[in-house]
Design a protein around this ligand. Structure first.
Ligand SMILES: Nc1ncnc2c1ncn2[C@@H]1O[C@H](COP(=O)(O)OP(=O)(O)O)[C@@H](O)[C@H]1O
Ligand SMILES: [Mg+2]
Length: 576
């Protein structure tokens, strides 16, 4: 765990090293002070040496100021190191998530990625801050204070031979029973975070379905479980703490008893006893700190594991980001015996697909929901890789292309489209960051979005709220199409991208596209036959298979599924 996280102190190593070193100085002062007390009482107060009292008093003030400064600086450095670690980890996790393929993303829920990026990193950074100090302080203070105590009175120190195993037993109990409970508590925190995030990201859906009460109830259950688990962990602490305290006070009573006897016999002075008790306190405190660190480490371990699960997930396509062909010769597409199954799924979502699409032609895909239409087109820009078989673009296997080239040339307007907070312009720049206003307006005109954009006073600078919530579904679709057009691709894929646009507008978008670039290869997934009947080729998908391909007329002639879809839509038109 330490080795893994250690390298993320990069840039903050100095702080991470200085923190424990300063801590050692702080401990030295902590250990010197009881000695000064001892000499003050023995040589000063008891012997009536006022000068010594003053001198030692001065030393003690200096020592206290020194400890204060060193302690303060060490705490500050510790905080810098902890925060630095957090910053580096956050950046690393965020960067890693950006390189993820769709398949990688399927592995993690969004809410869990958020928890890892925030909560888990927070925990690790916080515990690093504490541990940099305490994990040095505890053992060092223990050793130093023990040496000092033994030097004052070896016989008296025999008490520890009895007390320390008892304390160790207490620590052992804490760890044995406490750790699992704290771990459980952590998983409960996780699940409540997950619930909260899931609910909040979908709060509009919750409201639309009037599921607030149900959600509150679910939350309450989780919340109760969390409290129970927290109490469960703390109850143990409540039991063990008095046990530790009991031992501590027993040790002090024993020290006073035996020490008192030694004093009466003249083998010990008041100052000796006084400082001895201070050392006892330090030793026992150090032992308790050990328990605390172990506890914290185990809390951090779960978080570290979760963070590294992300960091150690190998992005699939990393190698093809800066290698491969950077030229796509034309917009033809070929599926050769392609089968595909989603990672973790048992069944194949695409079964032995063979399909050819000529450059510049229009292919339409139709089929019921879940028939793998989206899956089919996702393979072309390599959002997923085929499990078996091969996909070619321009006569070249897609794996031979540079990934950026491929995705620029094979542009897809996804089924669920999102705009990003900013302006229309900043959203258009996603398609092409160097696009001029003219080019943007041209793209908006083709996608039939120019009207509602230019009608706004701010035009291209009109604000887009997060997720594009200040635009209607159809407007968002048209903006997404414009954004994609700005890439000037050779192939463009519309995954149900005009479902929220009326038929007239849809026809205009299609006409605009043809006029703009007749050589563009178009793949259109659509629900309405009216949207696709002019396509050069239509494929009908059914349960991961192509169950028919041809023109509208051919399919009407001999494809049962196509006929059914057609008839149901005709009826709909008449009735509706
Ligand atoms: N990310 C995914 N992980 C696992 N299975 C998926 C994923 N996306 C889609 N599927 C499955 O693949 C099949 C086809 O889905 P999809 O291609 O989205 O259908 P369509 O676009 O035709 O509605 C469905 O059975 C669906 O459950
Ligand atoms: Mg789909």
């Amino acid at each position: 765990m330490l080795r893994k996280t250690g390298k993320y102190f990069k840039g903050y190593v100095l702080f991470a090293v200085l923190t424990p070193i300063l801590m050692i100085l702080e401990v030295v002062v902590d250990v010197i002070i009881p000695s000064l007390m001892r000499s003050t009482i023995n040589g000063g107060v008891l012997a009536g040496n006022v000068n010594l009292v003053y001198r030692n008093g001065l030393y003690m003030i200096i020592a206290a100021i020194f400890a204060f400064l060193v302690g303060g600086i060490s705490t500050y450095f510790g905080a810098r190191a902890g925060q630095g670690l957090g910053k580096n980890l956050r950046l690393a996790v965020f960067n890693r998530v950006q390189t993820f393929s769709f398949a990688n993303l399927d592995k993690f829920e969004v809410s869990s990625l958020i928890t890892r990026l925030t909560n888990d990193i927070e925990i690790v950074s916080d515990i690093a801050r504490m541990s940099l100090r305490i994990s040095v302080r505890a053992p060092f203070l223990f050793i130093m204070a023990t040496i000092m105590a033994v030097r004052i009175n070896t016989q008296l120190s025999l008490i520890f031979i009895v007390a320390l195993p008892l304390m160790a037993f207490g620590v052992f109990l804490t760890l044995k029973f406490g750790l699992p409970r704290f771990r459980k508590y952590q998983t409960k925190i996780d699940s409540i975070n997950r619930r909260t995030q899931e609910n909040l990201t979908a709060i509009r859906v919750v409201k639309a379905f009037v599921r607030e009460d149900f959600e509150i109830e679910k939350f309450e259950t989780q919340n109760k479980k969390l409290v129970r688990s927290a109490l469960n962990a703390m109850n143990l602490m409540i039991l063990i703490m008095p046990f530790m305290m009991l031992i501590m006070y027993a040790v002090i009573v024993a020290v006073l008893w035996f020490g008192g006897n030694f004093m009466l016999q003249g083998g010990m002075q008041a100052g000796d006893l006084f400082s001895y008790i201070m050392y006892v306190g330090q030793i026992l405190m150090a032992v308790m700190h050990v328990a605390m660190i172990m506890m914290n480490f185990s809390r951090a371990r779960a978080s570290v594991e979760r963070i590294f699960e992300v960091l150690e997930t190998e992005p699939e396509f990393l190698e093809s980001v800066d290698q491969g062909l950077t030229e796509v010769p034309n917009g033809s597409i070929k599926f050769k015996n392609v089968s595909f199954k989603y990672p973790g799924n048992q069944h194949f979502s695409l079964k032995n697909i063979n399909l050819e699409i000529d450059s510049g032609s229009t292919l339409a895909v139709i089929g019921s929901t879940g028939s793998s239409k989206s899956t089919l087109v996702h393979l072309i820009p390599r959002l997923y890789d085929a499990t078996e078989g091969e996909v070619e673009v321009g006569g070249i296997p897609i794996k031979d292309y540079n990934l950026k080239t491929l995705r620029d040339q094979v542009a897809i307007v996804l089924q669920e489209n999102t705009l990003f907070s900013g302006t229309i312009r900043s959203n258009m720049q996603w398609g092409n960051k160097d696009a001029t206003d003219q080019e943007m307006i041209k793209a908006l005109e083709i996608s039939q979005a120019a009207d509602f954009v230019l009608n706004r006073a701010e035009g291209l600078d009109a604000r887009v709220e997060r997720g594009g919530t200040n635009f209607s579904g159809g407007q968002k679709q048209r903006l997404s199409i414009a954004r994609t057009l700005l890439k000037e691709p050779k192939i463009i894929i519309f995954d149900d991208s005009t479902s929220a646009v009326d038929m007239t507008t849809e026809a205009r978008i299609r006409a605009g596209l043809d006029q703009h670039n007749p050589k563009l290869t178009k793949i259109v997934i659509a629900q309405r036959i009216s949207s696709i009947q002019n396509a050069d080729k239509i494929v009908v998908m059914d349960d991961g298979n192509i169950c028919g391909a041809g023109t509208h007329e051919e399919l009407l002639e001999d494809n049962k599924i196509y006929q059914e879809i057609y008839e149901s839509q005709q009826k709909g038109m008449v009735a509706g």
